[in-house]
Design a binder for this molecule. Sequence first.
Ligand code: M6R
Length: 585
Amino acid sequence: MCGIIGYVGNKEASPILHESLRKLEYRGYDSYGFATIDKNKVWIRKGKGKISDAGFEKIPGTIGIAHTRWATHGNVSKANSHPHLDCQKKLAIIHNGIIENFDKLKKGLVRRGHKLRSQTDSEIIAHLLEENMDAGLENALKRVMGIIEGRSAILVVKDDFDGIVAARKGSPIIVGVGDNEYFIASDIPAFLKKTNNVMYIDDGEMVVIENGKTPRFVNIETGKSISKRLIKIDWDTTQAEKGDYAHFMIKEIMEQKETILRAINQDDKEIQKVAKAINNAFGVFLTGCGTAGNVCHTGEYIFSKIAKKHVNYAVSSEFPSYDDFIAKKTLVLTVSQSGETADLLEAVTDAKKKGAKVISLVNVKGSTLDRVSDSTFLINAGPEKAVASTKATTAQLAIMYLLAYASAGKLNEGKRMLLDVASKTNDMLNPRYDERIRKIAEKIYKKKNIYIIGRSTNYPMALESAIKIMEVSYIHAHGFAAGELKHGPIALIDKGAPVIVLCGDESDKDSISNAMEVKARGGLIIGVGPKKYDVFDHWIKTPDVGVGSPMVNIIPVQLLAYHLGVLRGCNIDMPRNLAKSVTVK
Ligand code: M6R
């Protein structure tokens, strides 16, 4: 969470930082701030709220840093927004991460006479640097990185230094190399319009970017220099724009016409190789968070149905409770859009320590997960900007199917099934379909609760439907295994309570019985599936794709969530309290 960007060059820094920060807003949008260096002075501007709602205010200097915040420690306020200064206002820092031993360090600083101006954990970095400045800026940062605990990425500017010093422990930062100018950011899109040449900073490394000089990378612990390769990123900047769409979310939902097809386009040999590794592993774990976690949960069913193989699913934040089962021959299959989710990266570090092999399905090439995994399948969905994940979900599911089919020795059958899904999704996503779903949204957008039920692979999709509806429309939504309803949740059903029933496989008969039980108690039944049943009050038709039904069923629910959010006047692409990549635990 939190977007960070720095600029070192000979152009005015503040307009460049302003533009870049707007591109990072999806990472956090509670407050923003800038610091530049000019005439041996630190210049600061900060504000509460979104950078896109703020007017541009120029500050002098060709070197600067900027931050967009997702609040962790301290409320949403101007005082708590970054950058933070030391007591003497000689240096400014921006930070992405959490300092786990902050309380103890803060007490020590206060005891030693430092005046802290915010409630954040991040501010203590500025004061710790101040205390260690006898060693010079670079060494002071090295020392501070040894003092603070937890995951962090830090950028520092100082009144008498013609550049930026930055360090990484856990949270990502990448250097963009332009023409006599350098960028350093938490995400590549921040500077992609200026350059697509990047240098990655790995964990435990620092970089010193001094104006007019080549960036110098150093290992924080040993102090040894590290040479870096210049890597060209082949991303298309227009993919990251909204175009004619009102929101990124609807654009990304519609892009599923092509993204499923792109996801299937994998190297067969690599799929077969990984499938073999899955078959030979001593235990397979699937792990991810949020929507990616739901994809893993679906994977558990997919492997069981298609490959007759038992794999275990654990949401990444719970993974530590299962790690006693991880051994050298265990295979951990991870799923992530961003490749930067802290809970997942912790699980991966844990698994690797125990000698397990890690294979990942990732969207963002060059992300931490991509780089630390033993092998990665890029899902090729293109940049996903809306906080609510949509096109990444179906692309991840597609590769999950490929692996399950390959593990069963039926890769070609799997490909045929997925090609059918891709082509039927293409037909389904037309304006008439969208309008039909919007009309259903009109009937239920004032409701306080929505329930979603499904069986088998459609059970994790019921959970995913609930995430989608909640995060985009702020309506309380709850997904259940359809058969579980009668064991408690049915008590919630009253007259007009909307219940979405996901159908489309051999378990339909039982799900429909559950829908009848709901209807008998006054519930409003919205059926999603290829077949229209009498119990449905509204029917959202999805194509018949057999075992691939979760992929086509989740798409209309994404559309429904979108329209519910629009009708309720919600901030669709940047829902309250959320951020696109969750880089804190
Ligand atoms: O980048 P990741 O796929 O690792 O992100 C995991 C979750 O934070 C993410 O899926 C989240 O649940 C989405 N906002 C859901 O739409």
